[in-house]
Design a protein around this ligand. Structure first.
Ligand code: NAD
Length: 253
């Protein structure tokens, strides 16, 4: 049987790259869609397991064209992880630049929808429903713990991530009859290039660590493990947003 084919947006870095490595270890062929895909260092991965395309996920024709090209080599993709993302402005709402605000919504929310419906539109008609895999495909989106509550200076990123969480539920309901599960993770602070850049610019993570019951940041591979579980193993879960945050959202104060 040909191996399954997964697409990882934002797979060039951080959480997405850790997902890419895990899925290849599980025997899947993987396609990265990333605005900086060709800068990805994946020389250690087995030959023939990976394709990579420089694509902005907000551009639907480019995403569809990349998936069609990737499908010619690895077959139609049946799995998708949307791990692309950019930082917000970290400013009070009154000071937000509106063009940058729209870009954060566009990348996180619109980009997730564009990638998700590109996958579903390209699914093979016959699907792969069988006793051991009673589904045609699955999707995991990436939200954030900032989606659960109001936070100062998060009117862009936090609102976009709350929208991703809601979109996940909407798609789960619409696409369950098609045999597609759609779930999400809500990461707490994970030590990726995105967070390292914040630390390098003076962001202090000690308060976050102190408020986190497990008392530390998440590693990209720990986050990828949760994503892999929802994508491939949690066959009766759909519409779920799973916090992966060391207990951050469980704290009552
Ligand atoms: N790291 C954390 O603590 C944390 C916490 C909560 C949520 N998240 C979310 O997890 C996801 C992964 O973040 P990360 O920490 O691995 O960051 P990262 O910066 O290491 O990786 C993000 C990737 O997305 C790509 N990207 C950005 N804009 C894109 C676009 N328009 N089209 C295609 N690719 C694009 C970047 O090139 C990069 O490779 C993001 O959605 C982020 O918001 C991260």
């Amino acid at each position: 049987m040909p191996r399954e084919h997964a697409v990882v947006t934002g797979g060039g870095s951080g959480i997405g790259l850790a997902v890419v490595r895990r899925l290849i270890n599980r025997g899947l062929a993987v396609t990265i869609l990333d605005i900086r895909a060709t800068a990805t260092n994946v020389d250690d991965l087995p030959e023939g397991t990976l394709q990579a395309f420089d694509v902005d996920v907000t551009r639907e024709p480019d995403v569809r064209a990349a998936l069609a090209t990737a499908a010619r080599t690895a077959g139609a993709p049946t799995r998708l992880v949307t791990s692309h993302g950019i930082r917000g402005q970290y400013k009070p709402a009154l000071e937000l630049d509106l063009d940058a605000y729209r870009r954060v919504l566009d990348v996180h929310l619109v980009g997730t929808l564009v990638a998700a419906r590109a996958l579903v539109a390209g699914l093979p008609e016959d699907g792969a429903r069988s006793g051991d895999r009673p589904e045609r495909g699955s999707i995991v989106t990436v939200s954030s713990t900032t989606a659960y509550r109001g936070w100062a200076d998060q009117a862009d990123y936090g609102a976009a991530k709350a929208a991703v969480m809601q979109l996940t539920q909407n798609l789960a309901i619409e696409w369950a009859p098609l045999g597609i599960r759609v779930n999400s993770v809500a990461p707490g602070h994970t030590l990726t290039p995105m967070v390292q850049e914040m630390i390098d610019q003076g962001y202090d993570v000690t308060a976050t660590q102190a408020r986190t019951p497990l008392g530390r940041l998440c590693s990209p591979d720990e986050m990828a493990a949760a994503i892999e579980f929802l994508l491939l193993d949690a066959t009766f879960s759909t519409g779920v947003c799973m916090p992966v945050d060391g207990g951050w959202t469980a704290v009552g104060k």
